[in-house]
Design a protein around this ligand. Structure first.
Ligand code: FAE
Length: 536
């Protein structure tokens, strides 16, 4: 697919291309542009960790190539929109599927949520392992294209517990503020929040939490709340107020293609190749890293296998992508010096989704914004630490459901192993490990139900009345944990000039939604690496 040239300007504008075919959903691939076979630096992926690496390398004047397996999302399809909506998903919704696989499987036990679609490199993927599936974003911007935008800085004491070797003062004084500023974090206007129909569902859940003696807290977001207010006023096209989120937002959200990546391209030193999946990494005799990447077309066929060489290699394929590449490299002997911690320390951030059934008089509203702005914060409860995001369920009708994504302090961890027969990795996470998260979420929500004389919803997650969706996570973390698989700055142990900058550095749990932490850690890594490792 096309090499994207430096056609973007900094700020919150979408990336523009010199090659429009790269983003047209139904377009045939055009002629191959000049390939960049060697670059001083290569970044794998274009999510949070990768985007920080690309920008800081570009600013340092280092020519950098970004390889992303998904497409660039910037050109409208035949309906005039870049992304499809959650209520009418089409091929743009999911990564090479014939049917969508939304987190909510059913409503009133009916199979009304998912739709048949045609195979295409859609923006949301659900990667299945034996007892756990993982939702990830695919495209230029990674998870930022599909996530709920909740931009939460972890509790300092818990950050210090998870990262004992990282200087917390420096993180909270420098790197978290830097990450928040670059990501465009903002907060909902409390007066508007209290008055608008669009957050009635949140106010109802707040009341129920307070009835149980629990604390709620506003949560910042990267969705532009000024824009959202204009949506509500009818003066701007609706996005968050039109049910858009997990299959992409057409407006309002400051995804990475509008922030870090736009600025990275603006340096003139960064090029992005899309629809190219890195499959193997090895090292040449002169110390150069050699990457093998499959270029796919929009049907998923491999149309070319390319080789790239670089001096500095930054892995930002996310917890799954980076762990898979490094475990494969170790086990197939292409990077044999990788240590045993590569592939270990993986966790779900304790994710559990659940719904409660409200009384008929406690309406949550047919109008719901897709951007969460509040959490129930019981993390300080050492007996049962839980932080639960009050999640929207925008169905355009009153359904009396209060939905939550609970983040629990589940200490369980898993390891990726290499399966030589398939050439892929397996994840050793078991259902019993998820049961630990369920136990914690249940304790908290049993309290809320008892205080409000309410019950759980049994109709949302398919099967025989499943209440707790414990078989998927939005927050895959770990696999190349900081200080174990890497040094304290993300330098992979056993190899020089090889770095990890993404969620695989986080040891399985961070207690809140993770992307601000991932971004801030990547900023810290890049500051150190550019100061120490790239000097002539
Ligand atoms: P990530 O953003 O996953 O980016 C990895 C990129 O690398 C992707 O674009 C991949 O396509 C690409 N890639 C992977 N392997 C390869 C390869 N071999 N070759 C080429 N490219 C490759 O990584 N977090 C929050 O903090 N707040 C939220 O509100 C929130 N809501 C979420 C909602 C949903 C539905 C989902 C799925 C996630 C949510 N998250 C949220 C999680 C957040 O998006 C996630 O932690 C970050 O995106 C992870 O960032 P990384 O840099 O690790």
């Amino acid at each position: 697919m096309a090499a994207l040239q430096a056609a973007a300007t900094a700020g919150f504008t979408r990336i523009t291309l010199d090659s429009a075919q790269a983003a047209e959903p139904n377009a045939e691939p055009a002629a191959e542009p000049d390939a960049v076979d060697n670059a001083p630096a290569i970044v794998v992926g274009s999510g949070y960790g990768a985007a920080v690496a690309a920008l800081r390398l570009g600013q340092a004047g280092i020519r950098t190539l970004v390889l992303e397996m998904g497409r660039l999302w910037n050109t409208p399809g035949s309906d005039g929109k870049v992304f499809c909506s959650t209520n009418a998903p089409d091929q743009r919704s999911m990564w090479f599927r014939t049917r969508t696989e939304a987190p909510l499987a059913s409503f009133l036990w009916l199979d009304v949520v998912n739709r048949d679609i045609s195979r295409y490199p859609g923006v949301l993927d659900r990667v299945h392992f034996a007892d756990m599936s993982v939702f990830v974003g695919r495209g230029v911007g990674g998870g930022s294209l599909v996530n709920g935008g909740m931009a939460v800085t972890p509790l300092r004491s818990y950050f210090a517990e998870q990262f004992p070797t990282v200087d917390a003062a420096e993180m909270y004084g420098t790197y978290f503020p830097r990450a928040r500023a670059m990501l465009g974090v903002n907060t909902v206007d409390p007066a508007w929040f209290e008055a608008t129909d669009w957050y009635r569902f949140t106010r109802v859940s707040r009341k129920h939490a307070q009835n149980a003696g629990l604390r709620t807290t506003f949560v910042p977001n990267v969705y532009d709340f000024g824009y959202m207010q204009r949506e509500a006023a009818g003066t701007a096209p609706k996005s968050a107020l039109a049910g858009e989120v997990i299959y992409g937002n057409n407006q309002g959200k400051r995804s990475l293609d509008r922030t870090y990546l736009a600025s990275a391209l603006g340096t003139g030193n960064v090029t992005i190749h899309t629809l190219e999946k890195v499959r193997a990494i090895s090292r040449a005799a002169d110390g150069t890293y050699v990457l093998t990447a499959d270029r796919i077309d929009t049907t998923g066929n491999v149309v070319e296998t390319k080789q790239y060489g670089c001096t500095y290699l930054f892995l930002g394929g996310g917890s799954l992508g980076t762990s898979e590449l490094l475990v494969r490299a170790r086990e197939t002997g292409t990077l044999p010096a990788l240590n045993a911690s590569v592939g270990a320390g993986w966790g779900t951030n304790g994710n559990v989704m659940l719904g409660r059934a409200n009384h008929l008089w406690d309406t949550v509203g047919a109008n719901q914004s897709t951007m969460p702005v509040m959490g129930i914060d019981d993390w300080a409860n050492t007996a049962n630490p839980v932080f639960a995001e009050i999640a929207p369920l925008p169905m355009g009708l009153e359904h009396w459901v209060s939905l939550y994504l609970a983040i629990t302090k589940n200490p369980q961890r898993a390891t990726f192993t290499y399966d030589a027969a398939s050439g892929t990795v397996k994840l050793g996470w078991s259902a019993a490990q998820s049961a630990v998260s369920v136990g914690m979420a249940k304790k908290l929500f049993d309290r809320i139900n008892a205080a409000n004389a309410t019950i759980y919803r049994y109709d949302l997650f398919g099967g025989a009345g499943k209440v707790f969706a414990d078989d998927f996570t939005y927050h895959p973390l770990g696999g190349c944990v900081l200080g174990r698989a890497t040094d304290d700055y993300g330098r992979v142990k056993g190899y020089s000039r090889l770095y990890v900058t993404d969620g695989s550095l986080v040891p399985g749990s961070i207690g809140v939604n993770p992307f601000v932490t991932i971004t801030a850690l990547a900023e810290r890594t890049m500051a150190r690496v550019l100061a120490e490792d790239t000097a002539p």
